[in-house]
Design a protein around this ligand. Structure first.
Ligand SMILES: Cc1cc2nc3c(=O)[nH]c(=O)nc-3n(C[C@H](O)[C@H](O)[C@H](O)COP(=O)(O)OP(=O)(O)OC[C@H]3O[C@@H](n4cnc5c(N)ncnc54)[C@H](O)[C@@H]3O)c2cc1C
Length: 245
Protein backbone atom coordinates (compact mmCIF):
# COMPACT_ATOMS: atom_id res chain seq x y z
CA UNK A 1 0.00 0.00 0.00
CA UNK A 2 1.20 3.52 -0.77
CA UNK A 3 1.15 6.03 2.07
CA UNK A 4 1.33 9.76 2.52
CA UNK A 5 2.07 11.57 5.75
CA UNK A 6 -0.97 13.49 6.91
CA UNK A 7 -1.05 16.15 9.59
CA UNK A 8 -3.81 16.44 12.16
CA UNK A 9 -5.22 19.96 11.83
CA UNK A 10 -8.34 19.63 13.95
CA UNK A 11 -10.02 17.47 16.56
CA UNK A 12 -13.61 17.69 17.71
CA UNK A 13 -14.70 15.59 20.67
CA UNK A 14 -18.42 14.77 20.53
CA UNK A 15 -18.50 12.61 23.66
CA UNK A 16 -15.80 10.78 25.63
CA UNK A 17 -14.02 8.49 23.16
CA UNK A 18 -16.06 9.73 20.19
CA UNK A 19 -14.32 12.26 18.00
CA UNK A 20 -13.59 13.65 14.56
CA UNK A 21 -10.02 14.11 13.37
CA UNK A 22 -9.40 16.55 10.55
CA UNK A 23 -6.28 15.48 8.66
CA UNK A 24 -4.49 17.50 6.00
CA UNK A 25 -3.43 14.93 3.39
CA UNK A 26 -3.42 16.72 0.02
CA UNK A 27 -1.67 13.80 -1.72
CA UNK A 28 -4.62 11.47 -1.30
CA UNK A 29 -6.04 10.73 -4.74
CA UNK A 30 -9.61 11.73 -5.64
CA UNK A 31 -12.24 9.34 -4.30
CA UNK A 32 -16.01 8.99 -4.15
CA UNK A 33 -17.98 9.99 -1.04
CA UNK A 34 -18.58 6.83 0.99
CA UNK A 35 -15.20 5.26 0.33
CA UNK A 36 -12.62 4.53 3.02
CA UNK A 37 -8.92 5.13 3.54
CA UNK A 38 -6.44 3.42 5.83
CA UNK A 39 -5.03 5.36 8.78
CA UNK A 40 -1.78 4.06 10.19
CA UNK A 41 0.93 4.62 12.77
CA UNK A 42 4.39 3.11 13.01
CA UNK A 43 4.64 1.03 16.18
CA UNK A 44 7.57 -0.87 17.75
CA UNK A 45 6.18 -4.15 16.38
CA UNK A 46 5.35 -2.87 12.91
CA UNK A 47 2.99 -0.60 11.01
CA UNK A 48 -0.49 -0.58 12.57
CA UNK A 49 -3.31 0.44 10.25
CA UNK A 50 -7.08 0.11 9.97
CA UNK A 51 -9.73 1.22 7.45
CA UNK A 52 -11.80 4.36 8.21
CA UNK A 53 -14.62 5.80 6.12
CA UNK A 54 -13.84 9.35 5.11
CA UNK A 55 -16.46 11.63 6.67
CA UNK A 56 -15.88 14.31 4.05
CA UNK A 57 -15.67 14.43 0.27
CA UNK A 58 -12.27 14.57 -1.41
CA UNK A 59 -10.28 17.68 -0.54
CA UNK A 60 -7.01 18.78 1.01
CA UNK A 61 -8.35 18.22 4.52
CA UNK A 62 -10.18 14.96 5.27
CA UNK A 63 -12.38 14.12 8.24
CA UNK A 64 -12.49 10.83 10.10
CA UNK A 65 -15.24 10.10 12.64
CA UNK A 66 -13.88 7.58 15.12
CA UNK A 67 -14.90 5.81 18.31
CA UNK A 68 -12.39 4.33 20.72
CA UNK A 69 -12.66 0.56 21.03
CA UNK A 70 -11.48 -0.03 24.61
CA UNK A 71 -9.52 -3.19 23.93
CA UNK A 72 -8.52 -2.06 20.45
CA UNK A 73 -5.01 -1.34 19.24
CA UNK A 74 -5.21 1.64 16.88
CA UNK A 75 -8.30 3.60 17.95
CA UNK A 76 -6.94 4.46 21.47
CA UNK A 77 -3.82 5.87 19.75
CA UNK A 78 -5.98 7.96 17.40
CA UNK A 79 -7.91 9.28 20.42
CA UNK A 80 -4.64 10.62 21.87
CA UNK A 81 -3.75 12.52 18.69
CA UNK A 82 -3.80 16.31 18.70
CA UNK A 83 -3.39 19.01 16.05
CA UNK A 84 0.19 19.05 14.76
CA UNK A 85 0.65 15.26 15.04
CA UNK A 86 1.53 13.19 11.96
CA UNK A 87 -0.39 10.16 10.77
CA UNK A 88 -0.03 7.83 7.79
CA UNK A 89 -2.90 7.92 5.30
CA UNK A 90 -3.25 5.55 2.35
CA UNK A 91 -3.05 7.44 -0.93
CA UNK A 92 -5.83 5.50 -2.67
CA UNK A 93 -9.30 5.04 -1.24
CA UNK A 94 -11.20 1.77 -1.54
CA UNK A 95 -14.71 0.44 -1.17
CA UNK A 96 -17.98 0.40 -3.05
CA UNK A 97 -20.25 1.98 -0.44
CA UNK A 98 -21.00 4.89 -2.76
CA UNK A 99 -24.01 6.34 -4.56
CA UNK A 100 -22.56 5.05 -7.86
CA UNK A 101 -23.16 1.53 -6.55
CA UNK A 102 -26.73 2.31 -5.49
CA UNK A 103 -29.87 1.86 -7.58
CA UNK A 104 -32.16 4.76 -8.43
CA UNK A 105 -35.09 4.93 -6.03
CA UNK A 106 -37.89 7.15 -4.79
CA UNK A 107 -36.45 7.14 -1.29
CA UNK A 108 -32.85 6.77 -0.21
CA UNK A 109 -32.55 5.44 3.33
CA UNK A 110 -29.17 6.08 4.97
CA UNK A 111 -29.09 3.89 8.08
CA UNK A 112 -26.16 3.98 10.52
CA UNK A 113 -25.16 2.92 13.97
CA UNK A 114 -22.49 4.98 15.76
CA UNK A 115 -19.60 6.03 13.54
CA UNK A 116 -21.35 4.33 10.62
CA UNK A 117 -22.64 7.87 10.07
CA UNK A 118 -19.26 8.86 8.57
CA UNK A 119 -19.83 7.90 4.91
CA UNK A 120 -23.25 9.60 4.93
CA UNK A 121 -21.75 12.91 6.04
CA UNK A 122 -19.45 12.74 3.02
CA UNK A 123 -22.39 11.85 0.74
CA UNK A 124 -24.71 14.57 2.11
CA UNK A 125 -22.08 17.25 1.54
CA UNK A 126 -22.11 16.72 -2.23
CA UNK A 127 -24.95 17.84 -4.53
CA UNK A 128 -25.41 14.47 -6.29
CA UNK A 129 -27.56 12.91 -3.58
CA UNK A 130 -29.96 15.86 -3.52
CA UNK A 131 -30.30 15.87 -7.32
CA UNK A 132 -30.83 12.15 -7.66
CA UNK A 133 -33.18 11.12 -4.83
CA UNK A 134 -36.59 12.80 -4.25
CA UNK A 135 -36.48 11.73 -0.58
CA UNK A 136 -33.49 11.17 1.66
CA UNK A 137 -33.99 9.69 5.13
CA UNK A 138 -31.08 9.52 7.57
CA UNK A 139 -31.43 7.16 10.54
CA UNK A 140 -28.69 7.39 13.17
CA UNK A 141 -28.76 4.78 15.92
CA UNK A 142 -26.85 5.56 19.12
CA UNK A 143 -27.04 4.60 22.78
CA UNK A 144 -27.14 8.11 24.31
CA UNK A 145 -28.04 11.47 22.80
CA UNK A 146 -24.51 12.78 23.45
CA UNK A 147 -23.39 10.44 20.65
CA UNK A 148 -25.52 12.25 18.04
CA UNK A 149 -22.51 13.78 16.32
CA UNK A 150 -22.73 16.22 13.40
CA UNK A 151 -26.14 17.31 14.72
CA UNK A 152 -25.76 21.00 13.72
CA UNK A 153 -24.77 20.05 10.18
CA UNK A 154 -27.66 17.60 9.92
CA UNK A 155 -30.09 20.22 11.24
CA UNK A 156 -28.86 22.56 8.51
CA UNK A 157 -29.75 19.94 5.86
CA UNK A 158 -33.28 19.77 7.29
CA UNK A 159 -33.50 23.53 7.10
CA UNK A 160 -32.15 23.70 3.56
CA UNK A 161 -33.89 20.73 1.97
CA UNK A 162 -37.26 20.83 3.76
CA UNK A 163 -39.48 17.82 3.06
CA UNK A 164 -36.83 16.18 0.83
CA UNK A 165 -34.85 15.28 3.97
CA UNK A 166 -35.86 13.53 7.18
CA UNK A 167 -33.51 12.89 10.10
CA UNK A 168 -34.46 10.15 12.56
CA UNK A 169 -32.19 9.89 15.59
CA UNK A 170 -32.77 6.55 17.29
CA UNK A 171 -31.57 6.24 20.87
CA UNK A 172 -31.49 2.84 22.54
CA UNK A 173 -30.71 3.59 26.20
CA UNK A 174 -32.40 6.89 26.88
CA UNK A 175 -35.81 8.39 26.15
CA UNK A 176 -35.28 11.76 24.49
CA UNK A 177 -37.92 14.08 23.04
CA UNK A 178 -37.73 14.20 19.25
CA UNK A 179 -35.91 10.86 18.96
CA UNK A 180 -37.11 7.32 18.52
CA UNK A 181 -36.49 5.06 21.52
CA UNK A 182 -34.94 1.64 21.00
CA UNK A 183 -32.79 -0.13 18.46
CA UNK A 184 -33.26 0.65 14.78
CA UNK A 185 -34.41 -2.90 14.09
CA UNK A 186 -36.96 -2.78 16.92
CA UNK A 187 -38.30 0.60 15.70
CA UNK A 188 -38.68 -0.88 12.22
CA UNK A 189 -40.42 -3.99 13.52
CA UNK A 190 -42.82 -1.99 15.71
CA UNK A 191 -43.60 0.39 12.86
CA UNK A 192 -42.45 3.63 14.55
CA UNK A 193 -39.54 4.16 12.15
CA UNK A 194 -41.69 4.29 9.03
CA UNK A 195 -44.57 6.11 10.77
CA UNK A 196 -42.34 8.98 11.91
CA UNK A 197 -40.51 9.03 8.56
CA UNK A 198 -43.85 9.00 6.73
CA UNK A 199 -42.25 6.62 4.23
CA UNK A 200 -42.07 2.87 3.67
CA UNK A 201 -39.03 0.74 3.09
CA UNK A 202 -40.42 -0.99 0.05
CA UNK A 203 -39.62 -1.85 -3.56
CA UNK A 204 -39.15 1.85 -4.36
CA UNK A 205 -36.40 2.30 -1.76
CA UNK A 206 -32.65 2.09 -1.80
CA UNK A 207 -31.28 1.29 1.66
CA UNK A 208 -27.66 1.94 2.56
CA UNK A 209 -26.68 0.54 5.94
CA UNK A 210 -23.41 0.95 7.77
CA UNK A 211 -21.84 0.13 11.11
CA UNK A 212 -22.42 -2.61 13.67
CA UNK A 213 -22.54 -6.05 12.01
CA UNK A 214 -25.36 -7.29 14.26
CA UNK A 215 -27.56 -4.39 13.16
CA UNK A 216 -26.69 -5.06 9.51
CA UNK A 217 -27.52 -8.75 9.81
CA UNK A 218 -30.83 -8.22 11.61
CA UNK A 219 -31.93 -5.36 9.38
CA UNK A 220 -31.05 -7.21 6.22
CA UNK A 221 -33.01 -10.21 7.48
CA UNK A 222 -36.07 -8.05 8.22
CA UNK A 223 -35.92 -6.36 4.83
CA UNK A 224 -35.34 -9.61 2.94
CA UNK A 225 -38.53 -10.93 4.54
CA UNK A 226 -40.27 -8.03 2.78
CA UNK A 227 -38.85 -9.18 -0.55
CA UNK A 228 -35.98 -6.68 -0.73
CA UNK A 229 -32.51 -7.94 -1.63
CA UNK A 230 -28.92 -6.80 -1.96
CA UNK A 231 -28.12 -4.67 -4.96
CA UNK A 232 -25.39 -5.53 -7.43
CA UNK A 233 -24.66 -4.46 -10.99
CA UNK A 234 -25.59 -7.95 -12.21
CA UNK A 235 -28.71 -8.33 -10.07
CA UNK A 236 -30.46 -5.05 -9.28
CA UNK A 237 -31.84 -4.86 -5.75
CA UNK A 238 -32.30 -2.42 -2.89
CA UNK A 239 -29.71 -2.97 -0.15
CA UNK A 240 -26.10 -1.72 -0.05
CA UNK A 241 -24.07 -2.62 3.04
CA UNK A 242 -20.82 -1.60 4.77
CA UNK A 243 -19.67 -3.68 7.74
CA UNK A 244 -17.24 -2.06 10.18
CA UNK A 245 -16.14 -5.27 11.88
C1 LIG B 1 -14.66 -0.32 5.60
C2 LIG B 1 -14.50 0.06 7.06
C3 LIG B 1 -14.67 1.38 7.44
C4 LIG B 1 -14.54 1.73 8.79
N1 LIG B 1 -14.77 3.01 9.16
C5 LIG B 1 -14.72 3.35 10.46
C6 LIG B 1 -15.03 4.70 10.87
O1 LIG B 1 -15.34 5.58 10.05
N2 LIG B 1 -14.96 4.98 12.20
C7 LIG B 1 -14.62 4.03 13.13
O2 LIG B 1 -14.58 4.36 14.34
N3 LIG B 1 -14.32 2.76 12.77
C8 LIG B 1 -14.35 2.41 11.47
N4 LIG B 1 -14.04 1.13 11.10
C9 LIG B 1 -13.52 0.21 12.12
C10 LIG B 1 -11.99 0.39 12.23
O3 LIG B 1 -11.37 -0.08 11.04
C11 LIG B 1 -11.36 -0.40 13.39
O4 LIG B 1 -11.80 -1.73 13.33
C12 LIG B 1 -11.71 0.15 14.75
O5 LIG B 1 -11.29 1.52 14.88
C13 LIG B 1 -11.03 -0.67 15.84
O6 LIG B 1 -9.66 -0.70 15.60
P1 LIG B 1 -8.64 -1.03 16.78
O7 LIG B 1 -7.27 -1.25 16.21
O8 LIG B 1 -8.74 0.00 17.86
O9 LIG B 1 -9.21 -2.38 17.37
P2 LIG B 1 -8.73 -3.86 16.97
O10 LIG B 1 -7.54 -4.17 17.80
O11 LIG B 1 -8.60 -3.98 15.51
O12 LIG B 1 -9.99 -4.74 17.34
C14 LIG B 1 -10.71 -4.75 18.52
C15 LIG B 1 -12.08 -5.46 18.32
O13 LIG B 1 -13.09 -4.45 18.20
C16 LIG B 1 -14.03 -4.75 17.15
N5 LIG B 1 -14.53 -3.45 16.68
C17 LIG B 1 -14.11 -2.70 15.63
N6 LIG B 1 -14.79 -1.54 15.54
C18 LIG B 1 -15.65 -1.53 16.58
C19 LIG B 1 -16.63 -0.61 17.05
N7 LIG B 1 -16.87 0.57 16.42
N8 LIG B 1 -17.32 -0.91 18.16
C20 LIG B 1 -17.12 -2.09 18.81
N9 LIG B 1 -16.23 -3.03 18.40
C21 LIG B 1 -15.50 -2.76 17.31
C22 LIG B 1 -13.21 -5.58 16.18
O14 LIG B 1 -13.99 -6.54 15.53
C23 LIG B 1 -12.21 -6.30 17.06
O15 LIG B 1 -12.74 -7.52 17.49
C24 LIG B 1 -14.18 0.75 9.76
C25 LIG B 1 -13.99 -0.57 9.35
C26 LIG B 1 -14.17 -0.91 8.03
C27 LIG B 1 -13.99 -2.37 7.63
Amino acid sequence: MDWTTGRVVGKRVWAPGLFTLAVAAPQVEPFEPGQFLQLGLEQPNGHLHRPYSVASPHGDVLEFFVVVVDEGRLSPLLWRMEPGDSIDVSIRAAGSFTLQKCPDARTLWLIATGTGLAPYIAILRRPDVWRRYPHVILVHGVRHDSELAYHEEIAAYSEKHGSQFVFLPTISRQQVAGALFGRITTCLQEGSLETIAQAKIDDHACVMMCGNPDMLRDLEEQLCQRGLRRHSSRQPGHLVLERYW
